[in-house]
Write a protein of this length. Structure first.
Length: 213
């Protein structure tokens, strides 16, 4: 093992022992060596870091073998130490805000971030859209209501953001009703989002992208 790699491992071991690793880790840049549905691996100085990421982050990361940078949140449990990664500082800070809600752990917060963009999730909270939050794994109605109760006053979202979210949800539900799965519908909606057109025009464009005449 190279001296630089050994030095990194020694520093990490000492930091973990002293419980100061949370202060040390802020971001990490390295070569993306593995991508799975739940985590990625970044190689830096000969050391591979397993980092849990949201679906939204996973979709935006580069290809394996390319360089990537993630902002980090360190979570220490009794039986494990875990890293959670985010493409932007805003996403990381919102993740930490979500985990401040009673009953919301890192995995639940990551599931919420996988629903859509940070702005969309904030809009859902401000607009009391419990049905949107319910789409995250492990988030029931009472938990969604608790998230809204504890965070709504801490967030701001313009009327445009709320209106756009409502339109996206309506279009996504329509595609699901037509027989498409929720994940595919969600991805298609993101591709046709933003244009100031009618619902029928957006639906037509979505079906075109799905290859349906």
């Amino acid at each position: 093992m190279e001296k630089s790699s050994l030095r990194v491992l020694i520093i990490l071991a000492l930091a973990l022992k002293r419980h100061i690793i949370k202060v040390m880790f802020y971001s990490l840049e390295g070569i993306l060596s593995q991508k799975t549905e739940k985590f990625v691996a970044l190689e830096n100085q000969g050391v591979g870091f397993r980092i849990f990421v949201s679906r939204e982050t996973l979709e935006k990361l580069p290809k394996i073998g390319e360089k990537a940078k993630l902002f980090l949140h360190y979570h220490l449990r009794e039986d494990a130490a875990e890293l959670y990664g985010f493409l932007t500082r805003e996403e990381m800070e919102f993740f930490e805000l979500l985990t401040s809600v009673s009953g919301i752990g890192p995995k639940s917060a990551l599931g919420l971030l996988g629903l859509s963009t940070v702005d969309d999730i904030k809009s859902a909270i401000v607009a009391n859209k419990t049905e949107f939050l319910n789409r995250a794994s492990g988030i029931g109605r009472k938990t969604a209501e608790r998230i809204i109760l504890e965070l709504k006053s801490k967030l701001t979202s313009g009327n445009d953001g709320v209106s756009r979210l409502e339109g996206d949800l309506e279009l996504e539900d329509a595609l699901v009703d037509l027989g498409y799965d929720r994940s595919t519908s969600h991805q298609i909606v993101k591709k046709v989002a933003g244009a100031p057109v009618s619902f029928d025009e957006r639906l037509k464009e979505a079906l075109k992208l799905l290859g349906r005449k």
